[in-house]
Each structure stands twice: as C-alpha cells, then as structure tokens.
Design a binder for this molecule. Structure first.
Ligand code: ZN
Length: 162
C-alpha cells in the first residue's frame, strides 16, 4: 500500500507536468521561418487570416503564410505523416498527426519531401511552398496554407504560433 502511494506521489505530478508540456501552445513552431514576424497573405482575392470569408459562404479554415515559391516548409511539431498527397483544392498537401487529436495541415505545396506513415521531428523539412490547388491564380500571392485542428475542429493557428 505504501509503495502504491509513493508511486502515485511521484508518478502523478510527472504525468501532469508532461500533460501541461504537451498542452503548451508555444510548442508549435512556425512552419515558415520569418526574420521579423509572421506575414499573412492579403491580396485582391482575399485575406489569409483564419475565419476570412471564402466563396460559397465558406470560412478560411487556416492561415496563409506569405512566402515565395520554393521556400522551406517545416513540421510545426513532431508527429506522424497521415497524408502526403494532393487534391483539387489544397493541391499538394501534407497532414501530420501529433497525438491528443491534434493535426497540422500544410497546403498548396510545390514539393513534398515526406511520405505517409513516416515520423517527422519538429522543424524537419517536409516540403516547399507552391501554388498548387486553388492557389493557382496569378493574383494570389504565393503562400503556405497552414491549419491546426483539434478533435477535427479548425483552430486559429496564430494562437498556437504566437
Ligand atoms: Zn489558405
């Protein structure tokens, strides 16, 4: 009995600390390296902020990080690659699962450097900025479409990056 109590006394605080560590929002790395703060896309076709209006009554589910085509895209957190493929809207994209029902999404890439099922470290190069999918218009500034989802619900990435 004493051993169980001793174990709980040691294990519980460690468990809680570990939990707090992983809840820490500052743990998310900006997938684009900026020298002087994050720059969000803003052009004739719209704002790159989270929640900005899109055609068909939709709201922007992520943030558009302004960056030239070819700029390195880094894993925001370590995790497992759940998808490394392309579709019509997102173009070439990568989804990383981080556990605790958290995922990050990286869209409109020109290049993908990881494959599905692989483990990536935080800060690892996973792709390059591009204009694939519905970013493929001349008057849309090149950017990384970045999403953070928790339990399937889109979050404002700026709250995690700042
Ligand atoms: Zn976007």
């Amino acid at each position: 009995m004493k051993r169980v109590l001793l174990f709980l006394l040691i294990a519980l605080p460690l468990f809680l600390l570990a939990g707090l560590y992983f809840l820490d929002k500052d743990y998310f790395l900006c997938p684009i390296e900026y020298k002087a703060g994050i720059v969000v896309r803003s052009d004739k076709r719209g704002s790159g902020l989270f929640g900005a209006e899109r055609s068909g009554m939709r709201l922007h589910q992520g943030i558009d990080l302004l960056a030239p085509v070819g700029r390195h895209v880094l894993a925001s957190r370590s995790g497992r690659v759940l998808a490394a493929t392309r579709n019509h809207g997102m173009g070439k994209y990568v989804i990383i699962g981080h556990g605790a029902k958290m995922i990050t999404i990286y869209g409109h890439l020109s290049e993908i450097y990881v494959s599905r099922g692989k483990f990536v470290r935080q800060g690892q190069l996973i792709g390059a900025v591009g204009k694939t999918g519905n970013a493929n218009y001349r008057d849309i500034q090149p950017h990384l479409h970045f999403e953070v989802r928790k339990n399937g619900v889109s979050q404002d990435p700026l709250e995690y990056l700042q």
